[in-house]
Design a protein around this ligand. Structure first.
Ligand SMILES: [Zn+2]
Length: 165
């Protein structure tokens, strides 16, 4: 007796192909439907960064809190007597994900070093954390590494060095 008939084999191959195809499609994740707006609303913690900014404020700076985010509830503000943090409504719309306009808007950020680009801002923030008097050894080390991994002009490095020393 023939165990596998030719028809059965053909059916089996087609079935395997269909299952593989379906599995692949699933793995591709959500498909963005044009015209449909996806948005996440949260509260973004903002604080002016400077050599005077308390450690806890620097660590929370830029975090977004809300149902759709990792951190659900914002901290009680003010953090302490020197805290200048505030919460801003942050709406993240899918139509902005690829838009240049939003990126440009975020590109100038104020600090006690003046207006900074995104990269300069990140470098400065990490430098502040790496040299913060309230930070423990581990935190300083962590941020020192992050700071050193950013490529930035020597001129800006010098400005930051002068500011924090
Ligand atoms: Zn604060």
């Amino acid at each position: 007796m023939q165990v596998l008939s030719l028809e059965f084999l053909a059916f089996l191959i087609v079935a395997i192909l269909i299952v593989t195809f379906m599995a692949r499609r699933k793995r591709k994740g959500p498909v963005i439907v044009y015209g449909k707006q996806i948005s996440f609303t949260g509260q973004k913690l903002v604080t002016p960064i400077s050599v005077e900014t308390p450690l806890v404020c620097l660590l929370d700076e830029g975090k977004i809190y809300g149902e759709d985010f990792k951190e659900k509830t914002p901290p009680d503000l003010p953090h302490n007597e020197h805290c200048q943090c505030r919460l801003e409504i942050s709406i993240n719309r899918s139509r902005d994900w690829f838009s240049e306009k939003k990126k440009v808007m975020e590109d100038c950020i104020n600090s006690d070093l003046g207006e900074l680009s995104r990269t300069e801002y990140r470098y400065y923030k990490y430098a502040l954390l790496a040299h913060h008097k309230e930070a423990d050894e581990q935190t300083r080390k962590e941020y020192k590494e992050l700071q050193e991994n950013i490529s930035i002009s020597d001129e800006f490095k010098e400005r930051v060095k002068l500011q924090i020393s």
